[in-house]
Design a protein around this ligand. Structure first.
Ligand SMILES: Cc1cc2nc3c(=O)[nH]c(=O)nc-3n(C[C@H](O)[C@H](O)[C@H](O)COP(=O)(O)OP(=O)(O)OC[C@H]3O[C@@H](n4cnc5c(N)ncnc54)[C@H](O)[C@@H]3O)c2cc1C
Length: 494
């Protein structure tokens, strides 16, 4: 006899969307969140709430954000972000390895899923501050990322939790799922630890939405490779691969890029795990307007290869591979106004100087003589005849360097100069469970495991090598909603 129709494992965006969708179809739902209430909400809570969504023009955006005023619309060039653009971005950044069926669903359901979230009480706003620059008095959005949840990640989790409670969904905090109750007929519930006791909770279907394995240094070293144990974790300490392990033990198939992950440039002296009081502000994402120097005083990536949204998720790996696992980002006064808010928090490792000679001496652990040579060579290589424009890939590049800079190249010549120390911050892992288009978990024999669905970070096959910014939450919402609905269908049929 099942205690509940559906049990959802996890307390982030994917889990709460699954719970809401299952409840909407009439199922009784229990959510198990490993974290205590004060730390609940997973990585979703650490985000800025940015969500990549298809829109064919400002009319679509007005449906998502009815609060947009005529004046705001008149002052802004929102452009479009069509299905074709989203599909193209997913293909390009994953080197065309992303699962075509899952990716098509992600893209095609993105808009309707955000509308659905809106109906559940989530408000959306344009990302004026970070995804649009002002040109001639008008904001212009760039990089396909236009919408964020009001209140960022904390606002999103709070809103979804409020909606869940209102719909009569039960949430147990500090409740860690340990294993699935499964037999030849499929999955029938979860063994969990709560208040120091191991108990069983039975259900007709289970949705796993317990995140990736990035918070476990042993799994990181095992699957991502040597050195990954040294990365800092940007988000929750609770995503240690439990959901993936439980499903694999029950016969699920592994899928996707198990040696890949999303990792960014992150404050060098940040703590081992994310800090909710700081959120995502340890990240340092304005490198396209400066340069990065390693311990040997050398540049090592094309900082302007593409818009930040399409490079930031793989540059953490590049930083981790540098001697000492760190780099310094360097800017001059002319681009200071383009630096994101995260550069102005108290918890930064920052150096300023009135000359480049003085600056390089202040960069801890760096070969100062080589760093100065490198900056001068870079400065001399900039094509100053090409105009600088932060809103487009301006093609203002360097000429003749072994590590080129392809856009936004800008000589560091105007004091004061600023430098920020970064290391690698891992966001989430790409490998995980295989699911089908109903978000059912597929067994290693190729059939769905009855009564088992999955969504969010712990699903493999969607992201490979890289990731278009703002897709994680959309992915969790789209597949969480599908998973919840499929789980409710099981509950009705079993
Ligand atoms: C600093 C930062 C900024 C980010 N910014 C963005 C952004 O702006 N836009 C975007 O789209 N993405 C962003 N991301 C990525 C995004 O957070 C994730 O892709 C997304 O939140 C994953 O959602 P999820 O529900 O799958 O996982 P999570 O939100 O991580 O939820 C997993 C949940 O499972 C719980 N759990 C784990 N193990 C167990 C267990 N055994 N039993 C019960 N519960 C368990 C955890 O406590 C947690 O509540 C960011 C990530 C970080 C860390």
């Amino acid at each position: 006899m099942a205690d509940r129709d559906v049990i959802v494992v996890g307390g982030g965006n994917a889990a709460l969307c699954a719970a809401l969708a299952a409840r909407e179809r009439g199922a009784s739902v229990l959510v198990l969140e490993r974290a205590p209430e004060a730390e609940a909400g997973g990585n979703s809570r650490f985000t800025a709430g940015a969500m990549r969504v298809v829109y064919n023009g400002v009319d679509d955006l007005r449906r998502l954000m009815p609060d947009l005023t005529d004046d705001e619309v008149a002052r802004t060039d929102f452009g479009t972000y069509t299905e074709a653009q989203f599909l193209d971005d997913m293909g390009r950044v994953t080197q065309y390895r992303c699962d075509p069926d899952l990716t098509e669903l992600l893209v095609k359901r993105s808009f309707e899923t955000l509308l659905w979230m809106r109906a559940k009480g989530i408000r959306f706003v344009p990302i004026w501050g970070r995804q649009a620059f002002k040109v001639d008095g008008r904001f212009k959005f760039w990089g396909g990322l236009t919408v964020e949840a009001w209140g960022g990640g904390p606002g999103l989790v709070e809103g979804l939790t409020r909606a869940a409670r209102k719909d009569g969904i039960e949430i147990w905090y500090s409740a860690r799922a340990l294993s699935l109750i499964a037999d030849d007929e499929g999955v029938h519930g979860v063994r969990l630890r709560r208040e120091g006791r191991t108990i069983e909770a039975r259900a007709k279907a289970v949705v796993l939405a317990a995140g990736g394995f990035q918070a476990d240094p042993e799994w990181r070293a095992r699957y991502l490779g040597p050195g990954w144990d040294l990365a800092k974790v940007r988000g929750t300490r609770f995503n240690t691969g439990d959901g993936i392990r439980m499903a694999l033990e029950a016969g699920a198939a592994a899928a996707g890029n198990w040696s890949g992950c999303h990792a960014v440039g992150w404050e060098r002296n940040a703590p081992e795990f994310g800090d909710l009081a700081v959120g995502d502000a340890f990240q340092k994402h304005s490198y396209p307007f400066g340069i990065m120097i390693n311990a040997e005083g050398r540049r090592f990536v094309d900082e302007g290869a593409d818009f930040r949204n399409y490079t930031y998720a793989r540059y953490g790996r590049e930083i981790l591979a540098q001697p000492g696992q760190f780099a310094w980002q360097i800017f001059d006064a002319r681009v200071k106004h383009l630096l994101r808010d995260e550069y102005r928090i108290r918890q930064v490792t920052k150096r300023t100087a009135d000359s480049l000679e003085e600056l390089v001496r202040k960069l801890d652990d760096v070969d100062a003589i080589q760093a100065l040579k490198e900056i001068r060579a870079y400065n001399a290589a900039v094509r100053t005849d090409i105009p600088f424009d932060p809103n487009v890939k301006d093609g203002r590049r360097t000429e003749g360097l072994s590590v080129p800079k392809s856009n936004w190249a800008h000589a560091l010549d105007t004091p004061p100069f600023e430098a920020y120390a970064v290391t690698c911050g891992i966001t989430f892992t790409f490998g995980g469970l295989r699911i089908d288009t109903d978000a059912q978990v597929i067994s290693s024999d190729g059939d769905p495991i009855p009564g088992l669905c999955a969504a969010g970070e712990l699903v493999g096959g969607i992201f490979y090598f890289n990731y278009p910014g703002g897709t994680g939450l959309t992915n969790g919402a789209v597949f969480g909603r599908i998973a919840g609905s499929t789980a409710a269908g099981y509950a009705a049929a079993r």
